[in-house]
Design a protein around this ligand. Structure first.
Ligand SMILES: NC(=O)c1ccc[n+]([C@@H]2O[C@H](COP(=O)([O-])OP(=O)(O)OC[C@H]3O[C@@H](n4cnc5c(N)ncnc54)[C@H](O)[C@@H]3O)[C@@H](O)[C@H]2O)c1
Length: 373
């Protein structure tokens, strides 16, 4: 059993990361039912899985039902299927999960197992945080993005008309179980979404991830060794940053590299044509332009190499650079008039700075549109 250091949020809570085994083995270890397995500080679950509540993404259930049933015998009877897509991160879907959970026996120690990408993880995580003031939560991430990012760090939540992720809680899972064979069925566009976050880690923490992450864009080079190496490095980076800043007061801001630009693009696009990973990809190119303008020695070459893979054409946004800058000023992470940006001073070395220069930001967008057209 491969296990990374736990993420210790407080004396009372730790998240264990159990990696690279069949799901069945991972769950036996997580639940403390494997022989000789330490059950972790939180104690053994030891619950027959029929008594747990499972929340599973619809595409994942269709493609991996047998694997899931084998790993969690009896759990299929109590399995809530989440319709795929961001639309499921809603108050209505959250409420349906609560109703579903209350329809069967529910105790404060009933485990809730979330199996899917970031949408299912965020939604089910928030349901786990709310039910009985907190059920033991287990994440089984099935997208690359969820494995390297959303399943780590304890952010859970749903969307509201007021904005994305505006309802939620910090609520950490007991364990995250990584079975990479789920990724066999992941569509290429979703791979790229996760790769954007891996490249982000390359810029803010571990330059080796720039090359390794880019290699994952090619299905031929996705060896189990490369995949495991990338996931392990990413999990370490994110969990170390989160451990040092669990409630997002300081270092956790680094994780927003490329995201302030990216969120503006997603908002302008109304979340229709450009997905989150693509927006972050473009956003990192723009942020690196600003960093170079401020005299830092950074290159966007590792990103531009992947231009054919992402296949983005942002030319249609050329006349909307000023609108994008306005949207950036509304970003909830800003203080005062400045736009707070995460940049990189050199590869692997982030910095957070306030920018009060709309013309520079417009130039950054124009550069990005040109570079990606
Ligand atoms: N909590 C956090 O810290 C955090 C961090 C980053 C992103 N997020 C959130 O994560 C969400 C995006 O997550 P995502 O990119 O994983 O998207 P997602 O959960 O929507 O999954 C993407 C698509 O892949 C499908 N899918 C999932 N696993 C599959 C598999 N193994 N095989 C085939 N298809 C599969 C899903 O059905 C969906 O269609 C957003 O809502 C974002 O806000 C949260």
């Amino acid at each position: 059993m491969h296990q990374l250091p736990s993420l210790n949020i407080s004396d009372k809570h730790e998240t264990r990361f159990l990696l690279f085994e069949a799901l069945e083995t991972l769950w036996r270890h997580a639940s403390g039912t494997a022989t000789g397995t330490p059950a972790g500080r939180s104690g053994s679950v030891g619950t027959p899985t029929g008594q747990s509540v499972m929340v599973v993404d619809g595409h994942v259930l269709a493609a991996h039902r047998r694997r899931i049933e084998a790993a969690f015998p009896g759990a299929a009877d109590r399995c809530f299927e989440v319709p795929p897509g961001e639309g499921s991160k809603s108050v209505a879907m959250w409420n349906r999960i609560l109703d579903f959970a209350f329809a069967g026996p529910l105790k404060r120690n009933t485990p809730l197992i979330a199996i899917g990408g970031g949408v299912t993880g965020d939604l089910a995580g928030f349901a786990a945080a709310s039910l009985m003031r907190g059920l033991p939560l287990y994440h089984v991430p099935t997208t690359l993005l969820a494995m390297v990012d959303s399943a780590i760090g304890g952010k859970t939540g749903i969307n509201h008309a007021f904005g994305k992720n505006t309802i939620g809680a910090f609520y950490h899972p007991r364990a995250v179980l990584f079975d990479t064979t789920f990724l066999d069925t992941l569509p290429q566009r979703e791979w790229l979404c996760g790769i954007s976050e891996v490249l982000k880690y390359g810029y803010i923490a571990d330059p080796q991830l720039l090359e390794k992450g880019a290699a994952l864009a090619d299905p031929q080079s996705r060896t189990p060794e490369l995949l495991q190496d990338v996931i392990e490095r990413s999990v370490r980076i994110k969990s170390e940053i989160v451990a040092s800043d669990a409630r997002e007061q300081g270092r956790r801001a680094w994780l927003n590299f490329g995201h302030t630009f990216g969120h503006a693009l997603e908002t302008l696009d109304n979340y229709r044509n450009i997905n989150h990973g693509e927006a972050v990809y473009a956003g990192m190119i723009a942020a690196l332009f600003v960093a170079r303008h401020l005299g830092h020695d950074v290159s966007d070459e590792p990103l531009l190499k992947l231009k054919p893979n992402y296949g983005l054409n942002l030319k249609t946004y050329t006349s909307q650079a000023a609108d994008l800058v306005t949207l950036m000023t509304h970003d909830k992470k800003n203080r005062d008039q400045d736009i707070r940006l995460v940049l990189v001073a050199d590869h692997g070395n982030p910095l957070v700075t306030g920018i009060d220069d709309p013309a520079l930001l417009r130039d950054a967008w124009h550069y990005t549109f040109e570079a990606l057209s």
